[in-house]
Design a protein around this ligand. Structure first.
Ligand code: C2E
Ligand code: MG
Ligand code: MG
Length: 391
């Protein structure tokens, strides 16, 4: 049987045919149906790897379909496709996540062909070959950090940097973490990547310290890494070897993974904090954290997901959410960072609402470390305020 099997339920025949064309060109076996009973049979017997479901059909609705998929615990990646408004789509996403489905993407009709192509391409099972290639790339030092400035919203002053991993492939050029981290998760390679990123980040801090620059660096951690009980000692040893104090590092965990923690993970998070590492919740607003959970866990910073920041000027809901998160962070005594700031009008809004720190193309894109230094010099940043970025 083919590795990649795509099943789509949609009453629109044209859309069905389009998915067959795109899917097959990407190496999927594709089945389209508009009949819910037939759909259920295919799910049970054909075991699709990707399922695309419309929300509104004359003889079925997407919410019932999602309930069925959750009940049989399908491991398939789910894509919701709909022409309904953003609120309904958001509810459907929430339901899918609550029911434990692997929601992979949402497509709004009318859609751009290239968008569907990119999504389906991303959802293909990474082959053994891809994991092996990535393992070799890690050994050959092809995983390199890019640095994105983290700035004071009011002045633009740089108060830190986030290290974002890139696969600098000798033939294919720069590959995004959105592509290779999925391969890393499946191939058990997130640990070796973390070691590479952490080692480069502390080396960078060390270099800056010889130039009288004191900038903390944030690095991203996968959910699976915080279950390793030796993680705190491992990261501490990397800092110690470079002679860099642990409190110069902020560890970012994405919301869903960081707040629903096992006993081992809680042990790890607490020991990381005791050793001086700072902990930040990344992509805040995309998971389901309760205030109680936020209080219980040793995080000192939250980063508002870029999807809310990019839409605060056009969507009232996003505006309310962002304002509320900023106020909530302040009342919990946490630093708040807005991600994905792209224009001056957004900066203005965030300032009015009391958000002190931000990241985004407006301030600076992720850059190779030497370009980052060059950019710092040319933008007149000499950094005096790094302590402000810390809790
Ligand atoms: P993240 O940690 O939330 O990082 C922010 C992402 O938003 C980065 O994408 C950055 O390039 C992008 N970004 C920043 N400002 C803007 C903006 O103004 N507009 C837009 N459109 N985008 C902006 P990137 O570098 O592709 O990284 C994607 C994600 O991959 C990261 O999201 C992080 O979750 C993950 N990642 C990156 N490096 C690592 C790593 O070393 N380990 C792990 N586990 N995950 C990593
Ligand atoms: Mg991050
Ligand atoms: Mg983020």
């Amino acid at each position: 049987m083919q590795d990649n099997r795509l099943l789509i339920i949609d009453d629109d025949q044209d859309i069905g045919e389009l998915f067959i064309d795109i899917g097959e060109s990407l190496g999927y076996a594709v089945i389209h149906t508009d009949d819910p009973d037939q759909f259920k049979r295919y799910v049970r017997e054909w075991h699709p790897t990707v399922i695309v479901t419309d929300l509104q059909m004359p003889n079925a609705d997407g919410i019932t379909i999602l309930r069925f998929l959750a009940a049989i615990e399908t491991p398939a990646k789910i894509v919701i496709i709909s022409g309904m408004g953003p609120k309904i789509i958001h509810f459907a996403e929430t339901i899918a996540q609550h029911r434990g489905l692997a929601l992979a993407a949402t497509i709004t009709k009318p859609f751009v062909l290239a968008e569907v192509q990119a999504i389906l391409d991303r959802l293909k099972a990474p082959s053994e070959l891809a994991a092996e290639a990535l393992r070799l790339a890690i050994e050959n030092d092809e995983i390199q950090i890019f640095l994105q400035p983290k700035c004071q919203v009011s002045t633009g002053e740089v108060v830190g940097a986030e290290a974002l991993a890139r696969w600098v492939h000798p033939r294919l050029g720069i590959i995004s973490p959105n592509v290779f981290m999925a391969i890393a998760e499946l191939g058990n390679l997130t640990g070796p990547i973390l070691t590479r990123v952490m080692t480069q980040a502390v080396a960078q801090i060390k270099t800056w310290s010889t130039q009288a620059l004191d900038l903390p660096v944030a690095i991203n951690i996968s959910a699976r890494d915080i279950d390793a009980l030796d993680l705190p000692d491992h990261l501490e040893a990397i800092c110690a070897r470079a002679g860099v104090p642990c409190d110069r590092i902020i560890l970012e965990l994405i919301e869903g993974s960081s707040l629903d923690v096992s006993a081992d993970a809680l042990d790890v998070l607490t020991r990381l904090r005791i050793k001086g590492f700072h902990l930040s919740i990344d992509d805040f607003g995309t998971g389901f954290s309760s205030l109680l959970r936020l209080r219980q866990l040793p995080f000192s910073e939250l980063k508002i997901d870029r999807s809310f920041i990019s839409s605060i000027r056009s969507e009232d809901d996003s505006m309310v959410i962002v304002k509320t998160i900023i106020a909530m962070a302040a009342s919990l005594g946490m630093n708040c960072v807005a991600e994905g700031i792209e224009d001056a009008a957004t900066v203005q809004r965030l300032l009015e609402w009391g958000c002190s720190m931000g990241q985004g193309y407006y301030f600076g894109r992720p850059m190779p470390p030497d370009q980052f230094d060059e950019w710092m010099r040319s933008s007149g940043n000499t950094n005096t305020g790094s302590k402000k970025a810390m809790a």
